[in-house]
Write a protein that binds this ligand. Structure first.
Ligand code: FMN
Length: 305
């Protein structure tokens, strides 16, 4: 390469092609009124006000002089379904428009069907750019359709996919550990990560985990049926009586054969722990946004019910 650079032309082109771009076809008319068009990935935005875009054309292209001189041109952004069109307009000099349903703008520029977007431009400026001309166009009109834009990267066509966050990507791919892909395994790991610290605080407060569950379930004013209490506390009905009897002996609950109710003393006993539980809950979801927490809790409920 000229200019004493430390890299080859090949290196330069390879490095440039690592930059993913969209693909466009630029069209215009030459001095004789014949349509010209070429595939170009050098398209880019320049200015919003005034609305300006640019692309660059190699001076050796058959249609280079026509684009240099054309007062109007149109840039078609291609869809993923248009790789054939891209190939057709990347061939030098042939009649690229044969057999296509070509319309034209009010300035006579040939326009191609099915593009994702089209920018109809008036020539704004032409700059020297080494072996290319840099053509800047003022956008006079545009069309935008629905669809996915064709991508060109590393010399190949591609489609763009929205990148997932790292966490979602990892859970999608799974890791080497076969259990990692199972939701219930993740739930159980998450449960321990969230609950272990708090459970120590419960034990430090002189309650068993069963007693904590019973007292917190009965921290409202109303009585609860024993079956419902067994479900909420994961204590088997036959074992529930023993837990309730111990708590009743300490004056923390009252119960009979069908229901149980917390006492003022029982409510006071767990008030501090309930606050600690709330703080622990918040702290363990530190890495989630407010909205993610709400979605997370709603999803847990949906699975649970
Ligand atoms: C994906 C892709 C992008 C291209 N981008 C450009 C470009 O930005 N500028 C350019 O001059 N040529 C570009 N080319 C090459 C031209 O399309 C090619 O040289 C074409 O033959 C020019 O047509 P013409 O010689 O009939 O004028 C690209 C080709 C492909 C496949």
């Amino acid at each position: 390469m000229s200019g004493g650079t430390s890299f080859s032309g090949r290196d330069f082109r390879d490095a440039l092609s690592s930059f993913a771009t969209g693909v466009t076809i630029v069209t215009a008319r030459d001095g004789a009124g014949q349509p010209v068009g070429m595939t170009a990935s050098s398209f880019n935005s320049v200015s919003v006000d005034p609305p300006l875009v640019l692309w660059s054309v190699t001076k050796t292209a058959f249609s280079a002089q026509a684009f240099h001189d054309a007062q109007h041109f149109s840039i078609h952004v291609l869809k993923t379904t248009q790789t054939d069109m891209s190939g057709r307009f990347a061939k030098p000099g042939t009649d690229k428009f044969a057999g296509l349903a070509v319309a034209e703008t009010q300035h006579g520029v040939p326009i191609l069907p099915e593009a994702l977007a089209r920018f109809d431009c008036r020539q704004w400026a032409v700059y020297e750019g080494g072996d290319h001309w840099i053509l800047v166009g003022e956008v006079l009109d545009l069309e935008l359709e629905k669809g996915q834009g064709l991508v060109f990267s590393g010399g190949s066509y591609a489609r763009a996919e929205t990148l997932q966050s790292k966490a979602v990507e990892e859970s999608r791919l799974g890791s080497e550990h076969p259990l990692e892909s199972l939701a219930f395994y993740q739930l159980s790991r998450a449960y321990h990560a969230m609950a272990d610290r708090f459970h120590h605080q419960v034990l430090d407060a002189g309650l068993s985990l069963g007693e904590w569950r019973v007292l917190s379930s009965l921290s409202g004013p109303e009585a609860l049926g024993l079956e419902e209490l067994a479900v909420r506390t994961y204590i088997q009905p036959y074992a529930l009586d023993d837990v309730l009897a111990g708590l009743q002996a300490d004056g923390l609950v009252r119960f009979d054969e069908t229901s149980a109710q917390g006492t003022d003393k029982g409510r006071a006993r767990v008030a501090g722990l309930l606050e600690l539980a709330r703080q622990n809950d918040e702290a363990s979801m530190d890495s989630l946004s407010e909205q993610e927490r709400a979605v997370f809790k709603a999803n847990l409920q949906a699975i649970r019910d």
